[in-house]
Design a protein around this ligand. Sequence first.
Ligand SMILES: CC(C)(COP(=O)(O)OP(=O)(O)OC[C@H]1O[C@@H](n2cnc3c(N)ncnc32)[C@H](O)[C@@H]1OP(=O)(O)O)[C@@H](O)C(=O)NCCC(=O)NCCS
Length: 140
Amino acid sequence: MIELRPAVTADVPSLLELWEVAAENDSRPTDSAVKVETLIARDPEACTVAVTEDGRVVGSLISGWDGWRAHLYRLAVHPDVRRQGLAHRLLDHAETRLVALGAGRIDAMVLEGNDLGQSLWKSSGYESQAEWRRWVRPVG
Ligand SMILES: CC(C)(COP(=O)(O)OP(=O)(O)OC[C@H]1O[C@@H](n2cnc3c(N)ncnc32)[C@H](O)[C@@H]1OP(=O)(O)O)[C@@H](O)C(=O)NCCC(=O)NCCS
């Protein structure tokens, strides 16, 4: 049985290991323990982990709510446990939280060419908005 629960600081090394092997890692800033710890401290419910009975972190999803918009990040499922509905469970969990907080729409960044990711979002009712491009400037 795989349990979903909020990530705690002690999970951070396991999360970084999971993201090394299981997350969408192109065209994005490098993860650091400090940044994940800051997220957990700021909103202890934002990062959900999926944990096996023997304590292994095999899935994650960050649901960010800023009081205005709702964003999903770091949906990742370890290759050992894919195609068992875990991404759908993580997504249901995050959507329930975000709707309860007041979200009217939820979005996610998905790389062009990530066919696996795109098939997950499509099957979950998400649609690509071709008219928008993301504009970024690195700071700090
Ligand atoms: C995408 C990912 C999160 C899916 O996790 P998962 O637990 O295997 O997904 P689920 O079992 O809940 O499947 C959900 C849906 O995703 C789609 N999907 C998942 N794996 C798929 C595959 N190998 N081929 C085609 N569709 C797939 C299907 O539509 C599936 O629904 P279905 O099983 O009813 O057909 C996982 O493959 C992953 O971590 N990929 C790398 C990271 C990534 O790309 N994350 C998304 C970032 S935008």
